[in-house]
Every structure is written in structure tokens, then in C-alpha cells.
Design a protein around this ligand. Structure first.
Ligand SMILES: *Cc1c(COP(=O)(O)O)cnc(C)c1O
Length: 496
């Protein structure tokens, strides 16, 4: 199995190379060159396995330059009990047509742990296999969840360092505390005066500085990214779609061979794209429902074939889905256009020039065979949090609520649907508490007090990783202007 760029520049790339490189040299994304397909018999065997067993099976087919023992070791280390005390993910069937796949039982309480706990191990192994002796520094800009999950994943990984930039006023109190109290000897966290876009632009500038890259190379160092466009992040996400199916078959909710639907709260289109790859690999999936918040550029695209980012950016209560350019969509379009890399390059050029492109009718119809889509606003998400708690005594966060709300709007309910739950409700405690208790929350109440109140009133315990956050020692206090980012990165890379 080798990988190729969606824009045609690189081909015959191994899994290891794809993970280390992240982005293809022509700016495209790596996609599998060969088709991966599991037979019904193979899927049936997986239905009798636990999460780690399924993970090893799925990953080995896409990462064939790793041997079985190497994959097994990555899987066992990534999803071990200390990291996921309750198991890698939770699964709750609420109704005869609805289950929730909880992807937030990891160390940072967000779905990004599912990939970012194992991706650093892939990278470490890939470096070793390829005899790569350069010291790697991961640079990331974050709007909240990615930064913390990447820090946790890369902390104390030998030969790799990680630095995270976040907007000083752009993340929640809980998210900020999660990052500035981060443990590990190879980590650094710096706040930027400005918004997420300033932080992101600053990181991109460092990556595209050719002179700096040359200097690093001369000193035996290199930069890499933990961004969700890295195939090493997408691959581990395919696993939990198979796991969901296994859960439903084992419980007798569906018969083996019956199709199920998935509904996925979407931002950068990584989580949902993994579902598409699971379906392509033979998992019996009917419709994949793409749920967006007010930033509904992707759900509009799936409905009309027109991608148009020339619209207002809305800051919502589901910030991890606030996005205008969903990078991973490029991989879906590549398939829809019959793997025509020239056509993909053309569209992506249009996107960066005009902020807009349109795909042909036939390509759209192909996409719509697999995907349905819809969007819900903050009021609908908030109402859904209250409704689901009232009806099932079950707590969901605002991102998951967008998913459930869209499911209720667009599903034909012909098949059992699994809604993907992407964050612990306690990570977004203020929005959840306000949805449930409205104006009973006093103005200016701290997030630790809100968590205590939410837990006390609902009987749902605060997840262990979020407990005592406000008592932990703050390690990273620095706030800098965006133009200081290159200097800060260089100081960290050179241990100054
Ligand atoms: C990152 C994130 C999403 C969006 O996932 P994509 O793969 O970017 O589509 C949704 N919810 C939460 C809580 C997230 O952290």
C-alpha cells in the first residue's frame, strides 16, 4: 500500500513517509493509492473483537510498512488503561434508532485524543524505520482542543518536541488551563495577542520560511505538523466506525450485514472522512450525515456542489467546528472527480484565489450517494442539550448537540443511526449549564464552580482529567505579539 498526493505531485509514498511529511510537497494531501476492502467474513471476525483488536486489523491494512508486532505495540501503548481508564470509547444506545459514540474518554476529554494518542507513536516508529536522525519539532496553532491533545500525545516522546501557540483570549478558561499546566520535558506553550487566525498565520509563516528550513536541516533538525490533514491522524479514526458496528451487532440492535447511518459534527472534515473510508473499506454504512453549526460552508457544499467561503465567520458555542476552509474535503473531492489530480489542483487554486469553486453535477451526485447534510444554530444546539437530558437523562456537549439536532432534522430514520459525540460536556460546561439551567447561572461564575454545579445537579461526575485543573501549577505564562512567533519557535528548537 502506497500513498499519492491529491494534486499529483508525489506518488509511491510509504505510510511512514506520509506520516513524517504530513503534507505532500505540492501542497496536496496524501491518499491511499490502492483500494482497501475487508470481506464480510473479515468484518464479522472484527465484530467479535475489542477496540484494540479491531484497531490492529484496520491499521495494518493501511500501514503495511509496519509489521504486525509494531502495530500491536503502538495500539497497546496508545489505548492503555492509564490513558483511557474506561476503555478507548464509550457507546450508549439511547433509543431504538439512536446511539451515541463517545470519543472523549481520553486524557484531554476530546475526540482528538483518539488519533493524537497514537499518531506520535506512528511518527516515532516511522522515524526509526527510515533511519531519520533529525530532531523533529511539531509546531501547532490551536483554537483549543487540538493543542492540548497534541501536547498530551507528544509529551516525553523521544526525539520529538512540541510547541503550541494559542490565542490568549480565544480559548475557554478550561482549555487554557489544560494547556498552561501541561506536563512533559519536551513541550512549550505560548499565548499570542490576537485571534486564532493570527496564531495560524504565524505558524504557516514559520513553515514556509525556506531559509529557516535550510538552517534547521543543516543543524540536523526539522519541523512537522500534528494537523488533521496528516494521514497518521485520519487512519486511527477509521477504527471507531468499525467498533460502533461491532457494538451494535453484539448487542443485537442490528443484524450483521444490516446498514447503519452515522451523524458526525464536522469542522475540518477529518472525523467524517474517516467514516467515508470505513464505508469504502466495506463497513455496512448507509448514509453519512454531515452536521455543521452556523459556519455551514461544508453542509452547503454537500447540498449544492458549490463551496463558497466568502461569508461571515461566526463565533459559536461549538468553536471546534467554527471553520471556513475544511482542508480534508479535498480528499473526498479527489475521489468524486475520479481521482483526477489535475482537476483537484484547479479547484484548490480557485479556492485560494476566489474563495469559491463548484464541482460538476455528476461528481456531486456521486457524493450525495454517501452523504446527507444539514446545519443547526446555537439556539437549536442549546435546546437539544436540554431536550436530550430531559428525555434520556443523558448529558451532551454543544458539538455533539449540533450533531443530534441535525440528525433529528435530516435523518429518514430508515436505519439505526450512531451520532458521534466529540467532547465531554464538562469541557464546555458553561454552555451546557446555561442550556439546562438558563439564567440560574450567576454572571461571572468561574468555570470550576460551573462544573461543580453541573455535576451536582445532573449527578454526572466531572471526568478525572478535568478535576483539580484550577489547583494545578501554571508552567507557561508567556504572552507575545504574533511577530515574535518565529523567534520564540527558534529559541525553543535550539533549547535557548
Ligand atoms: C475537532 C473537533 C470537531 C471537528 O472535527 P473535524 O475532524 O475537524 O471535522 C468537532 N468537535 C470537537 C469537540 C472537536 O474537537
Amino acid at each position: 500500500m502506497t500513498y499519492t498526493s491529491t494534486r499529483g505531485g508525489d506518488a509511491g509514498i510509504s505510510f511512514s513517509e506520509a506520516v513524517i511529511q504530513g503534507l505532500a510537497s505540492d501542497g496536496g494531501l496524501f491518499v491511499p493509492e490502492d483500494e482497501v476492502r475487508f470481506t464480510p467474513e473479515e468484518i464479522k471476525v472484527m465484530c467479535g473483537m475489542d477496540y484494540k483488536g479491531i484497531a490492529a486489523r484496520v491499521i495494518s491494512r493501511f500501514a503495511d510498512d509496519f509489521d504486525d508486532a509494531e502495530i500491536e505495540k503502538c495500539v497497546m501503548d496508545a489505548y492503555r488503561k492509564e490513558k483511557f481508564p474506561e476503555g478507548p470509547c464509550g457507546f450508549t444506545t439511547l433509543d431504538k434508532d439512536l446511539s451515541i459514540l463517545e470519543l472523549w474518554h481520553g486524557p484531554t476529554c476530546a475526540f482528538k485524543d483518539m488519533a493524537l494518542q497514537i499518531m506520535p507513536l506512528f511518527m516515532r516508529k516511522a522515524v526509526e524505520k527510515r533511519g531519520e536522525s533529525k530532531e523533529i519539532t511539531i509546531l501547532t496553532a490551536t483554537s483549543g482542543d487540538t493543542g492540548k491533545a497534541a501536547l498530551e500525545g507528544f509529551k516525553d516522546v523521544p526525539g520529538i518536541k512540541i510547541m503550541v501557540f494559542y490565542p490568549s483570549e480565544g480559548v475557554s478558561e478550561t482549555q487554557k488551563l489544560q494547556m498552561v499546566t501541561q506536563a512533559g520535558s519536551n513541550v512549550n506553550v505560548v499565548a499570542i495577542r490576537g485571534n486564532f487566525d493570527n496564531a495560524q498565520t504565524g505558524v504557516k509563516k514559520i513553515f514556509s520560511d525556506k531559509a529557516f528550513a535550510k538552517k534547521l536541516l543543516g543543524d540536523g533538525k526539522m519541523l512537522s505538523s500534528a494537523n488533521s490533514i496528516n494521514w497518521g491522524r485520519l487512519l486511527p479514526q477509521i477504527v471507531y466506525y468499525f467498533h460502533s458496528y461491532a457494538k451494535l451487532v453484539t448487542a443485537g440492535t442490528v443484524r450483521f450485514g444490516d446498514e447503519i447511518d452515522f451523524c458526525v459534527p464536522t469542522g475540518n472534515f477529518g472525523d467524517i472522512l474517516a467514516c467515508y473510508y470505513a464505508k469504502k473499506a466495506g463497513l455496512p454504512v448507509g448514509r453519512i450525515i454531515c452536521a455543521c453549526n452556523e459556519n455551514n460552508v461544508v453542509s452547503d457544499f454537500l447540498a449544492t456542489g458549490v463551496y463558497d467561503k466568502n461569508r461571515e465567520f461566526v463565533t459559536t458555542t461549538s468553536p471546534a467546528m467554527d471553520i471556513l476552509v475544511s482542508s480534508n474535503l479535498e480528499r473526498l473531492i479527489y475521489d468524486a472527480l475520479g481521482r483526477n489530480s489535475e482537476a483537484v489542483s484547479g479547484l484548490m487554486k480557485k479556492l485560494s484565489k476566489d474563495g469559491k469553486y463548484e464541482i460538476a453535477r455528476g461528481a456531486l451526485e456521486k457524493i450525495q450517494k454517501d452523504f446527507a447534510s444539514g446545519s443547526s444554530d446555537q439556539k437549536e444546539a442549546s435546546d437539544t442539550i436540554a431536550e436530550i437530558f430531559k428525555k434520556y437523562n443523558y448529558l451532551i456537549d454543544p458539538h455533539t448537540a449540533v450533531g443530534v439536532s441535525v440528525f433529528e432534522k435530516v435523518s429518514d430514520k430508515a436505519r439505526h443511526t450512531v451520532c458521534v459525540s466529540t467532547a465531554s460536556p464538562f469541557k464546555f460546561n458553561k454552555c451546557v449549564a446555561e442550556s439546562l439551567f438558563g439564567n440560574e447561572i450567576p454572571e461571572g461564575m468561574g468555570e470550576d464552580a460551573i462544573s461543580a454545579l453541573l455535576s451536582g445537579r445532573t449527578g454526572v461526575p466531572v471526568p478525572v482529567p478535568l478535576r483539580g485543573l484550577f489547583e494545578r501549577k501554571v508552567r507557561f505564562k508567556e504572552i507575545v505579539d504574533p511577530d515574535m512567533m518565529p523567534k520564540k519557535a527558534e529559541d525553543f528548537i535550539y533549547d535557548r
